[in-house]
Write a protein that binds this ligand. Structure first.
Ligand code: PEP
Ligand code: MN
Length: 446
Protein backbone atom coordinates (compact mmCIF):
# COMPACT_ATOMS: atom_id res chain seq x y z
CA UNK A 1 0.00 0.00 0.00
CA UNK A 2 1.16 3.50 -0.75
CA UNK A 3 0.26 6.81 0.76
CA UNK A 4 -2.40 8.24 -1.52
CA UNK A 5 -1.35 11.29 -3.46
CA UNK A 6 -4.37 11.77 -5.72
CA UNK A 7 -6.01 15.15 -5.38
CA UNK A 8 -9.52 13.79 -5.31
CA UNK A 9 -8.97 12.27 -1.89
CA UNK A 10 -8.22 15.70 -0.49
CA UNK A 11 -11.74 16.91 -1.25
CA UNK A 12 -12.63 16.87 2.46
CA UNK A 13 -10.02 19.56 3.12
CA UNK A 14 -12.18 22.22 1.44
CA UNK A 15 -15.17 21.53 3.67
CA UNK A 16 -15.94 22.63 7.22
CA UNK A 17 -14.63 20.08 9.71
CA UNK A 18 -16.31 20.18 13.12
CA UNK A 19 -14.51 19.34 16.37
CA UNK A 20 -10.93 19.72 15.08
CA UNK A 21 -8.18 20.93 17.43
CA UNK A 22 -6.68 24.34 16.83
CA UNK A 23 -2.99 23.58 16.70
CA UNK A 24 -0.75 26.51 17.51
CA UNK A 25 1.89 25.43 14.97
CA UNK A 26 0.75 24.33 11.49
CA UNK A 27 4.28 23.36 10.44
CA UNK A 28 4.58 20.96 13.33
CA UNK A 29 1.28 19.32 12.39
CA UNK A 30 2.52 18.92 8.81
CA UNK A 31 5.74 17.28 9.96
CA UNK A 32 3.76 14.86 12.12
CA UNK A 33 1.29 13.86 9.40
CA UNK A 34 4.18 13.34 6.96
CA UNK A 35 5.81 11.02 9.46
CA UNK A 36 2.54 9.14 9.98
CA UNK A 37 2.04 8.76 6.25
CA UNK A 38 5.31 6.83 6.12
CA UNK A 39 4.35 4.37 8.87
CA UNK A 40 3.02 0.88 8.19
CA UNK A 41 -0.73 0.18 8.24
CA UNK A 42 -2.32 -1.05 11.46
CA UNK A 43 -4.80 -3.19 9.54
CA UNK A 44 -5.01 -4.58 6.03
CA UNK A 45 -7.58 -3.82 3.37
CA UNK A 46 -8.48 -7.52 3.12
CA UNK A 47 -9.34 -7.58 6.83
CA UNK A 48 -11.59 -4.54 6.39
CA UNK A 49 -13.35 -6.31 3.52
CA UNK A 50 -13.78 -9.40 5.66
CA UNK A 51 -15.39 -7.32 8.41
CA UNK A 52 -17.62 -5.80 5.71
CA UNK A 53 -18.76 -9.34 4.80
CA UNK A 54 -19.50 -10.09 8.46
CA UNK A 55 -21.48 -6.87 8.83
CA UNK A 56 -23.40 -7.80 5.68
CA UNK A 57 -24.57 -10.85 7.64
CA UNK A 58 -25.64 -8.50 10.43
CA UNK A 59 -27.51 -6.25 8.00
CA UNK A 60 -29.25 -9.27 6.47
CA UNK A 61 -30.32 -10.80 9.77
CA UNK A 62 -27.80 -13.65 10.04
CA UNK A 63 -25.44 -12.32 12.72
CA UNK A 64 -25.28 -9.93 15.69
CA UNK A 65 -22.71 -7.17 16.14
CA UNK A 66 -21.10 -6.69 19.54
CA UNK A 67 -19.13 -3.44 19.50
CA UNK A 68 -17.66 -2.22 22.76
CA UNK A 69 -14.83 -0.70 24.70
CA UNK A 70 -13.81 2.52 26.39
CA UNK A 71 -15.43 5.84 25.70
CA UNK A 72 -11.88 7.14 25.43
CA UNK A 73 -8.74 5.04 25.57
CA UNK A 74 -5.90 6.67 27.47
CA UNK A 75 -2.16 6.50 26.84
CA UNK A 76 -1.45 5.50 30.45
CA UNK A 77 -3.88 2.58 30.18
CA UNK A 78 -2.02 0.77 27.40
CA UNK A 79 -0.98 -2.17 29.57
CA UNK A 80 -1.38 -5.92 29.21
CA UNK A 81 -3.72 -6.19 32.21
CA UNK A 82 -6.11 -3.49 31.07
CA UNK A 83 -6.24 -4.72 27.48
CA UNK A 84 -6.74 -8.32 28.54
CA UNK A 85 -9.55 -7.34 30.92
CA UNK A 86 -11.44 -5.51 28.17
CA UNK A 87 -10.97 -8.37 25.74
CA UNK A 88 -12.03 -10.90 28.32
CA UNK A 89 -15.24 -8.96 28.98
CA UNK A 90 -16.05 -8.81 25.28
CA UNK A 91 -15.26 -12.52 24.83
CA UNK A 92 -17.49 -13.43 27.76
CA UNK A 93 -20.33 -11.28 26.44
CA UNK A 94 -19.89 -12.86 23.05
CA UNK A 95 -19.95 -16.39 24.53
CA UNK A 96 -23.20 -15.56 26.30
CA UNK A 97 -24.77 -14.12 23.15
CA UNK A 98 -23.56 -16.90 20.86
CA UNK A 99 -24.69 -19.68 23.17
CA UNK A 100 -27.82 -18.23 24.74
CA UNK A 101 -29.14 -16.47 21.63
CA UNK A 102 -27.68 -19.03 19.19
CA UNK A 103 -26.47 -16.36 16.79
CA UNK A 104 -23.01 -15.75 15.29
CA UNK A 105 -21.49 -12.71 16.97
CA UNK A 106 -19.29 -10.25 15.09
CA UNK A 107 -16.83 -8.90 17.65
CA UNK A 108 -15.56 -5.34 17.25
CA UNK A 109 -13.67 -3.40 19.91
CA UNK A 110 -13.79 0.34 20.51
CA UNK A 111 -10.08 -0.18 20.83
CA UNK A 112 -6.63 0.51 19.36
CA UNK A 113 -7.46 4.01 18.15
CA UNK A 114 -10.30 5.38 20.30
CA UNK A 115 -8.30 8.36 21.57
CA UNK A 116 -10.20 11.39 20.25
CA UNK A 117 -13.34 12.94 21.71
CA UNK A 118 -15.87 15.40 20.33
CA UNK A 119 -17.04 17.75 23.08
CA UNK A 120 -20.33 19.55 23.56
CA UNK A 121 -18.50 22.61 24.90
CA UNK A 122 -15.14 23.95 23.64
CA UNK A 123 -14.15 25.11 27.12
CA UNK A 124 -14.45 23.91 30.68
CA UNK A 125 -14.73 26.11 33.77
CA UNK A 126 -13.68 25.08 37.26
CA UNK A 127 -13.64 27.44 40.25
CA UNK A 128 -13.86 30.45 37.96
CA UNK A 129 -10.99 29.30 35.71
CA UNK A 130 -11.84 28.59 32.04
CA UNK A 131 -9.61 26.38 29.88
CA UNK A 132 -10.02 24.54 26.57
CA UNK A 133 -11.87 21.21 26.99
CA UNK A 134 -10.00 17.93 27.09
CA UNK A 135 -10.44 16.34 23.63
CA UNK A 136 -8.87 12.96 24.20
CA UNK A 137 -5.24 11.90 24.67
CA UNK A 138 -4.63 12.28 20.93
CA UNK A 139 -5.17 16.03 21.27
CA UNK A 140 -4.37 17.33 24.76
CA UNK A 141 -4.01 16.25 28.37
CA UNK A 142 -6.85 15.73 30.87
CA UNK A 143 -5.11 17.68 33.64
CA UNK A 144 -6.82 20.98 34.32
CA UNK A 145 -3.84 23.21 33.51
CA UNK A 146 -3.27 25.66 30.70
CA UNK A 147 -0.22 23.76 29.55
CA UNK A 148 -1.92 20.36 29.35
CA UNK A 149 -4.89 21.69 27.42
CA UNK A 150 -2.90 23.11 24.49
CA UNK A 151 -3.39 20.77 21.47
CA UNK A 152 -0.10 19.07 20.65
CA UNK A 153 0.23 17.38 17.23
CA UNK A 154 2.99 15.10 18.53
CA UNK A 155 0.25 13.31 20.45
CA UNK A 156 -0.90 11.90 17.10
CA UNK A 157 2.36 9.93 16.93
CA UNK A 158 1.71 8.58 20.39
CA UNK A 159 -1.81 7.66 19.34
CA UNK A 160 -0.38 5.65 16.46
CA UNK A 161 2.17 3.85 18.65
CA UNK A 162 -0.36 3.17 21.40
CA UNK A 163 -2.77 1.77 18.83
CA UNK A 164 -0.05 -0.46 17.39
CA UNK A 165 0.91 -1.81 20.82
CA UNK A 166 -2.73 -2.46 21.71
CA UNK A 167 -3.60 -4.14 18.45
CA UNK A 168 -0.51 -6.30 18.60
CA UNK A 169 -1.55 -7.66 21.97
CA UNK A 170 -5.15 -8.08 20.85
CA UNK A 171 -3.97 -10.09 17.86
CA UNK A 172 -1.78 -12.20 20.15
CA UNK A 173 -4.65 -12.91 22.53
CA UNK A 174 -7.20 -13.67 19.85
CA UNK A 175 -5.08 -16.02 17.75
CA UNK A 176 -2.59 -17.39 20.25
CA UNK A 177 -4.90 -19.68 22.24
CA UNK A 178 -6.29 -17.29 24.84
CA UNK A 179 -9.57 -16.87 22.95
CA UNK A 180 -9.94 -20.63 22.38
CA UNK A 181 -13.51 -21.52 23.33
CA UNK A 182 -12.12 -24.25 25.58
CA UNK A 183 -10.97 -21.33 27.75
CA UNK A 184 -14.51 -20.11 28.54
CA UNK A 185 -13.95 -20.90 32.21
CA UNK A 186 -10.54 -19.35 32.52
CA UNK A 187 -11.82 -15.93 31.35
CA UNK A 188 -14.07 -16.00 34.39
CA UNK A 189 -11.71 -17.34 37.05
CA UNK A 190 -10.93 -14.08 38.79
CA UNK A 191 -14.56 -13.09 38.71
CA UNK A 192 -16.77 -16.05 39.52
CA UNK A 193 -16.54 -15.91 43.28
CA UNK A 194 -17.09 -12.21 43.64
CA UNK A 195 -20.10 -11.60 41.46
CA UNK A 196 -23.60 -12.87 40.72
CA UNK A 197 -23.06 -12.25 37.02
CA UNK A 198 -19.84 -14.28 37.25
CA UNK A 199 -21.73 -17.19 38.78
CA UNK A 200 -24.43 -17.07 36.16
CA UNK A 201 -21.74 -17.03 33.50
CA UNK A 202 -20.03 -20.02 35.10
CA UNK A 203 -23.19 -22.10 34.68
CA UNK A 204 -23.34 -21.17 31.02
CA UNK A 205 -19.65 -21.94 30.56
CA UNK A 206 -20.31 -25.43 31.95
CA UNK A 207 -22.98 -25.95 29.32
CA UNK A 208 -20.60 -24.78 26.60
CA UNK A 209 -18.02 -27.21 27.93
CA UNK A 210 -20.52 -30.04 27.77
CA UNK A 211 -21.37 -29.14 24.20
CA UNK A 212 -17.68 -29.03 23.26
CA UNK A 213 -17.04 -32.38 24.92
CA UNK A 214 -19.97 -33.86 23.08
CA UNK A 215 -18.64 -32.57 19.77
CA UNK A 216 -15.16 -33.83 20.53
CA UNK A 217 -16.56 -37.26 21.35
CA UNK A 218 -18.29 -37.19 17.96
CA UNK A 219 -14.93 -36.50 16.33
CA UNK A 220 -15.54 -32.81 15.53
CA UNK A 221 -12.69 -30.38 16.31
CA UNK A 222 -13.52 -27.24 14.31
CA UNK A 223 -10.64 -24.80 13.96
CA UNK A 224 -13.13 -21.94 14.55
CA UNK A 225 -13.09 -22.82 18.25
CA UNK A 226 -9.39 -22.20 18.62
CA UNK A 227 -9.13 -18.57 17.64
CA UNK A 228 -11.50 -15.70 17.28
CA UNK A 229 -12.06 -13.02 14.68
CA UNK A 230 -11.81 -9.72 16.44
CA UNK A 231 -11.84 -6.31 14.78
CA UNK A 232 -10.75 -2.83 15.87
CA UNK A 233 -12.83 0.33 15.47
CA UNK A 234 -12.81 3.94 16.58
CA UNK A 235 -14.45 7.27 15.81
CA UNK A 236 -12.82 8.88 12.76
CA UNK A 237 -12.71 12.31 14.35
CA UNK A 238 -9.27 13.80 13.68
CA UNK A 239 -9.14 13.97 9.92
CA UNK A 240 -5.44 14.88 9.75
CA UNK A 241 -4.63 11.59 11.46
CA UNK A 242 -7.13 9.47 9.53
CA UNK A 243 -6.02 10.95 6.20
CA UNK A 244 -2.34 10.30 6.97
CA UNK A 245 -3.26 6.65 7.52
CA UNK A 246 -5.35 6.33 4.38
CA UNK A 247 -3.63 4.30 1.68
CA UNK A 248 -4.33 2.86 -1.74
CA UNK A 249 -4.82 -0.90 -1.61
CA UNK A 250 -2.45 -2.42 -4.13
CA UNK A 251 -4.94 -5.20 -5.01
CA UNK A 252 -7.93 -3.07 -5.82
CA UNK A 253 -6.55 0.44 -6.23
CA UNK A 254 -9.09 1.63 -3.67
CA UNK A 255 -8.55 3.77 -0.60
CA UNK A 256 -8.69 2.32 2.90
CA UNK A 257 -8.22 4.04 6.22
CA UNK A 258 -5.74 1.57 7.70
CA UNK A 259 -5.93 3.02 11.24
CA UNK A 260 -8.70 0.52 12.10
CA UNK A 261 -10.98 -2.03 10.47
CA UNK A 262 -14.15 -0.02 10.94
CA UNK A 263 -14.49 3.67 11.68
CA UNK A 264 -17.58 5.62 12.61
CA UNK A 265 -18.69 9.23 12.30
CA UNK A 266 -20.13 10.66 15.48
CA UNK A 267 -23.39 12.45 16.13
CA UNK A 268 -21.61 15.82 16.25
CA UNK A 269 -19.68 15.48 12.98
CA UNK A 270 -22.13 13.80 10.60
CA UNK A 271 -23.12 17.00 8.72
CA UNK A 272 -23.96 16.09 5.11
CA UNK A 273 -21.93 19.00 3.76
CA UNK A 274 -19.08 18.55 6.23
CA UNK A 275 -15.58 17.15 5.94
CA UNK A 276 -16.18 13.95 7.93
CA UNK A 277 -18.89 12.55 5.68
CA UNK A 278 -16.85 13.54 2.62
CA UNK A 279 -13.81 11.73 4.05
CA UNK A 280 -15.84 8.63 4.92
CA UNK A 281 -17.36 8.55 1.44
CA UNK A 282 -13.86 8.14 -0.05
CA UNK A 283 -12.67 5.15 1.96
CA UNK A 284 -13.78 1.54 1.54
CA UNK A 285 -13.81 0.46 5.20
CA UNK A 286 -17.11 -0.48 6.77
CA UNK A 287 -18.52 2.83 8.08
CA UNK A 288 -20.72 3.51 11.08
CA UNK A 289 -22.73 6.68 11.60
CA UNK A 290 -24.24 7.63 14.95
CA UNK A 291 -27.84 8.81 14.73
CA UNK A 292 -29.25 10.82 17.61
CA UNK A 293 -32.89 11.66 18.40
CA UNK A 294 -33.09 14.67 16.07
CA UNK A 295 -32.14 12.66 12.96
CA UNK A 296 -34.76 12.98 10.22
CA UNK A 297 -35.52 10.17 7.76
CA UNK A 298 -34.39 12.51 4.95
CA UNK A 299 -30.99 12.87 6.62
CA UNK A 300 -30.68 9.12 7.02
CA UNK A 301 -31.53 8.59 3.36
CA UNK A 302 -29.06 11.27 2.28
CA UNK A 303 -26.35 9.62 4.40
CA UNK A 304 -27.03 6.35 2.59
CA UNK A 305 -26.73 8.08 -0.78
CA UNK A 306 -23.44 9.67 0.22
CA UNK A 307 -21.83 6.72 1.96
CA UNK A 308 -23.35 3.70 0.27
CA UNK A 309 -24.30 4.76 -3.26
CA UNK A 310 -23.75 1.22 -4.54
CA UNK A 311 -25.97 -0.24 -1.80
CA UNK A 312 -23.49 -2.84 -0.60
CA UNK A 313 -24.74 -4.66 2.51
CA UNK A 314 -22.10 -4.37 5.24
CA UNK A 315 -20.83 -1.01 4.06
CA UNK A 316 -23.02 1.10 6.31
CA UNK A 317 -24.05 0.65 9.94
CA UNK A 318 -26.48 3.05 11.58
CA UNK A 319 -25.72 3.24 15.28
CA UNK A 320 -28.79 4.79 16.88
CA UNK A 321 -28.46 6.57 20.26
CA UNK A 322 -31.84 8.03 21.00
CA UNK A 323 -32.19 7.73 24.77
CA UNK A 324 -34.49 5.32 26.57
CA UNK A 325 -37.33 7.83 26.66
CA UNK A 326 -37.24 8.57 22.94
CA UNK A 327 -36.25 5.38 21.11
CA UNK A 328 -39.80 4.01 20.76
CA UNK A 329 -40.89 7.33 19.35
CA UNK A 330 -37.96 8.23 17.06
CA UNK A 331 -36.61 4.94 15.70
CA UNK A 332 -39.68 3.52 13.90
CA UNK A 333 -39.92 6.20 11.18
CA UNK A 334 -36.19 6.01 10.47
CA UNK A 335 -36.21 2.25 10.11
CA UNK A 336 -39.42 2.31 8.06
CA UNK A 337 -38.23 4.93 5.59
CA UNK A 338 -34.78 3.40 5.18
CA UNK A 339 -36.25 -0.05 4.65
CA UNK A 340 -38.80 1.31 2.17
CA UNK A 341 -35.94 2.90 0.18
CA UNK A 342 -34.57 -0.58 -0.49
CA UNK A 343 -31.24 0.08 1.28
CA UNK A 344 -29.79 -2.64 3.52
CA UNK A 345 -27.99 -1.13 6.49
CA UNK A 346 -27.01 -2.77 9.77
CA UNK A 347 -29.04 -1.32 12.66
CA UNK A 348 -27.11 -1.19 15.91
CA UNK A 349 -28.19 0.23 19.27
CA UNK A 350 -25.90 2.47 21.32
CA UNK A 351 -27.85 2.58 24.60
CA UNK A 352 -25.23 4.75 26.31
CA UNK A 353 -25.01 8.20 24.74
CA UNK A 354 -28.68 9.16 24.97
CA UNK A 355 -28.82 8.27 28.66
CA UNK A 356 -26.11 10.32 30.35
CA UNK A 357 -26.90 12.59 33.30
CA UNK A 358 -25.06 14.32 36.09
CA UNK A 359 -25.49 12.86 39.57
CA UNK A 360 -25.79 15.15 42.59
CA UNK A 361 -22.15 14.30 43.38
CA UNK A 362 -21.15 15.90 40.06
CA UNK A 363 -20.28 12.57 38.40
CA UNK A 364 -21.43 12.06 34.84
CA UNK A 365 -23.26 8.74 34.98
CA UNK A 366 -25.84 6.43 33.38
CA UNK A 367 -28.48 4.16 34.91
CA UNK A 368 -28.16 0.51 33.99
CA UNK A 369 -31.98 0.37 33.80
CA UNK A 370 -32.05 3.16 31.18
CA UNK A 371 -29.39 1.37 29.15
CA UNK A 372 -31.43 -1.79 29.31
CA UNK A 373 -34.66 0.01 28.51
CA UNK A 374 -33.18 1.58 25.37
CA UNK A 375 -32.04 -1.85 24.15
CA UNK A 376 -35.52 -3.20 24.93
CA UNK A 377 -37.11 -0.38 22.93
CA UNK A 378 -34.72 -1.11 20.06
CA UNK A 379 -35.78 -4.78 20.00
CA UNK A 380 -39.48 -3.86 20.26
CA UNK A 381 -39.29 -1.46 17.32
CA UNK A 382 -37.50 -3.95 15.09
CA UNK A 383 -39.85 -6.74 16.05
CA UNK A 384 -42.84 -4.59 15.23
CA UNK A 385 -41.42 -3.66 11.82
CA UNK A 386 -40.07 -7.10 10.98
CA UNK A 387 -36.51 -5.76 10.67
CA UNK A 388 -33.35 -7.11 12.27
CA UNK A 389 -32.02 -5.73 15.57
CA UNK A 390 -28.43 -6.05 14.42
CA UNK A 391 -26.33 -5.39 17.49
CA UNK A 392 -25.26 -3.27 20.41
CA UNK A 393 -22.56 -0.62 20.74
CA UNK A 394 -21.53 -0.11 24.36
CA UNK A 395 -18.98 1.67 26.51
CA UNK A 396 -17.45 -0.83 28.91
CA UNK A 397 -14.30 -1.80 30.69
CA UNK A 398 -13.01 -5.03 32.17
CA UNK A 399 -12.26 -3.34 35.48
CA UNK A 400 -14.57 -3.13 38.47
CA UNK A 401 -15.20 0.56 38.14
CA UNK A 402 -18.14 2.41 39.65
CA UNK A 403 -19.23 4.72 36.85
CA UNK A 404 -22.79 3.59 35.93
CA UNK A 405 -25.45 3.06 38.59
CA UNK A 406 -27.53 -0.11 39.01
CA UNK A 407 -26.92 -3.61 37.70
CA UNK A 408 -27.11 -6.98 39.48
CA UNK A 409 -24.23 -6.17 41.86
CA UNK A 410 -25.91 -2.87 42.41
CA UNK A 411 -23.91 0.35 42.33
CA UNK A 412 -25.56 3.30 44.06
CA UNK A 413 -25.08 7.00 43.38
CA UNK A 414 -23.16 7.21 46.65
CA UNK A 415 -20.70 4.56 45.38
CA UNK A 416 -19.71 6.47 42.23
CA UNK A 417 -16.69 8.13 43.82
CA UNK A 418 -15.13 4.77 44.78
CA UNK A 419 -13.67 3.85 41.39
CA UNK A 420 -14.63 6.51 38.91
CA UNK A 421 -11.76 6.28 36.43
CA UNK A 422 -13.06 7.04 32.96
CA UNK A 423 -11.24 9.58 30.83
CA UNK A 424 -14.58 10.69 29.43
CA UNK A 425 -18.02 8.98 29.59
CA UNK A 426 -19.13 6.45 32.28
CA UNK A 427 -18.62 2.79 31.27
CA UNK A 428 -20.34 -0.42 32.28
CA UNK A 429 -18.09 -2.51 34.50
CA UNK A 430 -17.53 -6.20 33.93
CA UNK A 431 -20.49 -7.41 35.91
CA UNK A 432 -22.89 -4.86 34.36
CA UNK A 433 -21.58 -5.84 30.90
CA UNK A 434 -22.28 -9.52 31.54
CA UNK A 435 -25.72 -8.71 32.96
CA UNK A 436 -26.44 -6.81 29.77
CA UNK A 437 -25.27 -9.70 27.57
CA UNK A 438 -27.59 -12.16 29.36
CA UNK A 439 -30.55 -9.80 29.04
CA UNK A 440 -29.83 -9.04 25.37
CA UNK A 441 -29.58 -12.78 24.65
CA UNK A 442 -33.04 -13.23 26.18
CA UNK A 443 -34.48 -10.39 24.10
CA UNK A 444 -32.90 -11.76 20.93
CA UNK A 445 -34.38 -15.20 21.49
CA UNK A 446 -37.90 -14.09 22.29
C1 PEP B 1 -18.92 8.26 21.62
O1 PEP B 1 -19.21 7.22 20.99
O2 PEP B 1 -18.11 8.28 22.56
C2 PEP B 1 -19.64 9.51 21.27
C3 PEP B 1 -19.15 10.70 21.52
O3 PEP B 1 -20.83 9.25 20.71
P1 PEP B 1 -21.87 10.20 19.94
O4 PEP B 1 -21.18 10.66 18.70
O5 PEP B 1 -23.00 9.25 19.67
O6 PEP B 1 -22.25 11.30 20.88
MN1 MN C 1 -18.66 8.26 24.88
Amino acid sequence: MNADSSNSFDSWRDLPAAQQPEYPDAAELRAVTEELAGYPPLVFAGECDQLGDRIADVAQGRAFLLQGGDCAEAFDQVGADQIRAKLKTLLQMSAVLTYAAAVPVVKVGRIAGQYSKPRSKPTETRDGVTLPSYRGDSVNGPEFTEEARVPDPRRLLRMYHSSVATLNLVRGFTTGGYADLHQVHSWNQDFVRSSAAGQRYEALAREIDNALNFMRACGAQPAEFESVEFYASHEALLLDYEAALTRTDSRSGRLYDVSGHMVWIGERTRQLDGAHIEFASRIRNPIGVKLGPTTTPEEALALIDRLDPERIPGRLTFITRMGADRIRDRLPTLVEKVTASGATVAWVCDPMHGNTFEAASGHKTRRFDDVLDEVKGFFEVHKELGTHPGGIHVELTGDDVTECVGGGDEIFVDDLHQRYETACDPRLNRSQSLDLAFLVAEMYRS
